[in-house]
Ligand binder design. Sequence first.
Ligand SMILES: NC(=O)c1ccc[n+]([C@@H]2O[C@H](COP(=O)([O-])OP(=O)(O)OC[C@H]3O[C@@H](n4cnc5c(N)ncnc54)[C@H](OP(=O)(O)O)[C@@H]3O)[C@@H](O)[C@H]2O)c1
Length: 301
Amino acid sequence: MGLSSVYGRAEDEASIKTLHRAIDLGITFFDTATGYGSGHNEALLGRALRDRRDGLVVASKFIHRPHGSDAPPIRARDAVEASLKRLGLDHIDLYYLHRVDPSIPIEESVGELGRLQGEGKIGGVGVSEASADGLRRAHGVHPLTALQSEYSLWTRDVEVEILPTARELGIGFVAYSPLGRGFLAGSQVVDADDRRHVHPRFKPEAVAANGRRREVIAAVAQRLGATTAQVSLAWVLSKGVVPIPGTRHIAHLEANWAANDLALDAASAAELEAAFPLGSTVGERYPAEQLKLVPAQPVAA
Ligand SMILES: NC(=O)c1ccc[n+]([C@@H]2O[C@H](COP(=O)([O-])OP(=O)(O)OC[C@H]3O[C@@H](n4cnc5c(N)ncnc54)[C@H](OP(=O)(O)O)[C@@H]3O)[C@@H](O)[C@H]2O)c1
């Protein structure tokens, strides 16, 4: 997503080099969406994967109403066809409903994706940011391959109900924004058009409040001879889910990849979890309009 200038400026030629370095490192799972840069991201990924697609898993997503809630909905079939074209592929390995549409039953959206799977256009059907109930309903219509939801030290909402439900149903869990959109890695928001400016958690008062807890990650990182980004990723990995961190930089990519080799001991994990109790982060995880399309923050049991 960040390769489409969402979190600061990205240059296509540099992005292609970063994507190729990812393949060279052994990374096989690439995540995009129709909405990232209004198609730019799918086209960029398609360009980077040309002649290098073998052995890779390509995931994309669509929403029914990219042009606002009053616009007529886009059908899954048309979205998949457009994604295939932009990616330059004849098959997308995993295709998600990016957000459940408030006026289209999830069964309908997922049922249509199921038919597209049957036709061989997509490999697996996924949903993003579904509630536990939505997950059950969708899975009842067509077996889901994956749920993609936000999960990181500062966003642990899914632990209450959604992650256990995915586990119970045998649905893979893909953790997006595992570095807290860069916050947990110490990333700075510099460019004027960086989307994080409108995110409540990146307002100065939230940064000040949440920043104090980031010092706990730094202390654990120092003890383990690692970086805060690596510790944050190792924590997500320790939960048995698949993190999909984003970066524009080869140096960050290589450092993040090395988190695979970082063993997080139980005491360090407990220290991190005590510093980031579920629901304790200052600031909502999305601006108000976007917040309406994700499950409500649960009350911890
Ligand atoms: N399903 C959904 O609704 C949804 C929503 C959001 C994201 N996603 C998916 O999840 C992916 C990752 O999420 P994300 O990009 O939002 O957040 P993220 O992976 O938590 O964080 C990305 C940010 O961290 C910075 N960063 C990465 N590695 C770093 C390092 N080692 N040191 C310092 N800074 C570092 C990046 O900056 P640099 O570029 O400078 O490295 C970037 O600003 C996206 O690409 C997208 O595919 C899905």
